[in-house]
Design a protein around this ligand. Sequence first.
Ligand code: FAS
Ligand code: PHB
Length: 390
Amino acid sequence: MKTKVCIIGGGPSGLLLSQLLDLKGIDNVVLERQSREYVLSRIRAGVLEHGFAELMREAQCGERMDREGEIHEGFYIAHDGRMDRVDLHRYSGGSSVVVYGQTELTRDLYEARDRMNGRVIHHAEDVKLHELTGDAPYVTYRSGDELERVDCDFVIGADGFHGVSRKSIPKGVLREYERVYPFGWLGVLSRTTPVSPELIYAKHERGFALCSLRSQVLSRYYIQVPLSDKVEEWSDEAFWDELRRRLPEEVSQRMITGPSIEKSIAPLRSFVAEPMRHGRLFLAGDAAHIVPPTGARGLNSAASDIHYLYHAMLGHYLNGDDSGLDGYSAKALARVWKAQRFSWWMTMMLHTFPDSIDYDKKLQETDLAYLFSSEAALRSLAENYVGLPF
Ligand code: FAS
Ligand code: PHB
């Protein structure tokens, strides 16, 4: 098989780039290890930056997001028994975020690929990248018992943290930066009315909690748990009890509980791989960087990678201009690191740390006190949360 761009990974990053390129007549193929059903069974991000929403519209995939997604102009931080609202609209100069689940967004992208007869190959096993530093890279993969080959101009590694692409960059070239947090997030999805119309990030001595949603009939909640916890150790009842303990009474009293339809524990890490380019290979999304979900930057960091790669490919194929490709890694990383900083800051401010000393706890309290006493601090939080410019 021959194509211009071979994209490894049929998650949101890979599918969005595939759709954008196809709309401009740039031939591409997506190789996805799992089935579509498996990809769509994963429950992940819930908050889209303004820039991500714009990209979805540019990709002609924004119609259901605009119809079913919710525009949110603020969120709450619960601490010390009180609730303080972060007015995103006011402090970001009029911007907002869209609350719309990654699962539905990925479904919209798959359906758009179907409408364009896009080539998304599922069950692509043992993907291997070859000749990345030459002019004629190629990718091999196994489909059943058959070994297949894709000859291409460029390979996009959009295969997530556990993918093969980043690992195809020689050890002497790749630099990795990582911080692992001593806790995870236990998440529950339930067909219940959300406890709050806006998200609530809760700092509590028992641990962090987050009240989010997917719609007015689908709630998404998280509580911080020790890394040693196993999801099977948490009954629904135990989850709801612990969540309520971490929220102000005015909130916990009105909590509507119900059976979990999804329950999982996600570890938290900050991670960046540099460079995001190696020869004809370009990394995008979780393949290159991971953030703790506290700042809702995970999926949104992928958006700017895709935006930069899309325009770089347009420059190459439509204008013979490779400046976008040559500048991609530095430009993407500049924004990635700002998302890393923000996600780290939100995580350090709102979670309990098993080894924290009293001084650390006072700093956390002071961080919150300063935030809600300073317009400059609120503007800084708001501009990061709604998404820094691409
Ligand atoms: P993805 O990991 O989504 O997609 C990569 C795709 O590549 C997958 O479909 C995988 O099957 C495929 N693949 C992997 N290896 C392959 C191979 N060798 N060959 C072929 N295909 C291969 N972000 C938030 O903003 N908020 C959240 O609340 C949040 N919660 C999360 C919870 C969990 C458990 C995880 C893991 C992530 C969460 N994230 C969250 C981050 C998440 O949304 C990612 O940012 C987002 O999935 C990134 O999308 P992709 O870069 O497409 O990577
Ligand atoms: C979610 O709804 O899954 C969600 C929202 C905001 C976050 C993290 C997760 O910061």
